[in-house]
Design a protein around this ligand. Structure first.
Ligand SMILES: Cc1cc2nc3c(=O)[nH]c(=O)nc-3n(C[C@H](O)[C@H](O)[C@H](O)COP(=O)(O)O)c2cc1C
Length: 338
């Protein structure tokens, strides 16, 4: 249907939510891919079909909730009774798979440390006795780092070594760069940028995303050409990252936007880190268009509950390549005090 025709229908039905529902159910299927991915994520998260990955997301969220309970003022003698059962059940399942996997040791030590602290704080509360015993049995092997990954005083965080002026300069330095040198991007620099990105805030600390990275220029250029907005310059991308969100992190539709928020926050940190490592980047829009989604799914081997959030072209800037001035809105226009 032509955009003009769509607009005229929307104008007529705008005051009826029911009519709008019908419109998007039968006339315009713009939301169907998101609906399908949200449903796939929910089914992977809940009940007997819950995947191990989804259990990790649940455990990450609940461990975060326990930490908030542990820092509460005034302290509560007993808390988390409504979710400690599902937390210990997820811990039992994850412990079997993760306790010895090198890349998961840090995460697993956090689960173990916080649960250990929780049971120490709630003491002999009879409501949690059974869960305490199950937790102890599940984590029987010593875990590297156990006991250390617990709440700490704000004053013991690392010193701030970056002055505002230096940070502002980094922000001025980072611009969307579209022309790159014909020079490979070392994977260890990508990993260092991801190491900074993983420290970004994330709702309930779930971190429901991955940076899917291609560092072979010919392949990177192919992936970079899938979205719109890269025509004419995708051929020169030396590397590309696709930020992929995982909707199996959620039990409820209300959280479906968090893959975009969390993914974008991490992407920003990634891009700034790249700049400190001598690399430049260009964020790239991901349009929700059927045939492009299919091509991206095939290129990356995405699962039904995974969705591309955005792309980031990465490389060494061509010193002679133009950079748009990209005038910014003023502070006065970007903030409004109440
Ligand atoms: C989510 C997002 C999508 C973008 N998509 C594209 C794109 O498809 N093609 C492109 O050339 N630039 C894209 N950009 C870059 C913007 O054009 C650029 O950020 C903006 O003009 C401001 O310039 P600056 O990044 O240099 O500050 C995108 C940026 C963002 C944040």
């Amino acid at each position: 249907m032509r955009p003009k025709k769509k607009l005229s229908i929307l104008k007529r039905i705008k005051n009826s939510r029911f009519a709008v529902d019908l419109y998007y159910a039968f006339i315009d299927r713009a939301f169907r891919r998101e609906h399908a991915a949200v449903v796939a994520g929910k089914l992977a998260h809940i009940g007997s079909g819950a995947t191990l990955e989804a259990q990790r997301f649940l455990l990450r969220r609940n461990t975060h909730r326990l930490e908030k309970g542990l820092i509460m003022r005034p302290p509560k003698p007993v808390f988390a009774l409504d979710y400690i059962g599902e937390t210990v059940a997820a811990y039992e399942r994850v412990a079997t798979a993760d306790a010895c996997e090198a890349a998961r040791v840090e995460e697993f030590a956090w689960f173990t440390s916080v649960l250990g602290r929780y049971f120490a704080v709630v003491g002999e509360a009879p409501q949690v006795a059974g869960f305490r015993d199950r937790f102890k049995r599940a984590g029987a092997n010593p875990v590297a780092g156990e006991g250390r990954s617990v709440p700490y005083a704000a004053s013991t965080r690392p010193d701030n070594a970056v002055a505002y002026g230096d940070f502002l300069r980094l922000c001025q330095r980072r611009r969307s760069v579209r022309w790159f040198q014909d020079r490979p991007v070392p994977r260890d620099l990508i990993d260092r940028a991801v190491d900074a990105a993983r420290l970004a805030p994330s709702a309930c600390n779930r971190q429901p995303f991955q940076f899917v990275v291609e560092t072979r220029p010919a392949e990177a250029a192919k992936i970079g050409a899938i979205p719109m907005g890269t025509q004419g310059f995708s051929d020169n991308f030396p590397a590309i990252a696709v930020v992929v969100g995982d909707l199996s992190a959620y039990f409820d539709e209300r959280d479906r936007h968090l893959i975009y928020i969390d993914g974008a926050l991490a992407a920003m940190q990634f891009m700034l880190a790249c700049e400190t490592l001598g690399l430049s980047t260009c964020p790239i829009n991901w349009p929700d268009i059927e045939d492009r989604e299919k091509r991206m799914d095939a290129a990356l081997g995405l699962r039904a509950h995974e969705r591309p959030v955005m792309l980031i072209a990465i490389g060494y800037a061509d010193p002679d390549g133009g950079v748009p001035f990209s005038g910014k809105r003023s502070v006065e226009h970007l903030r409004r005090y109440l």
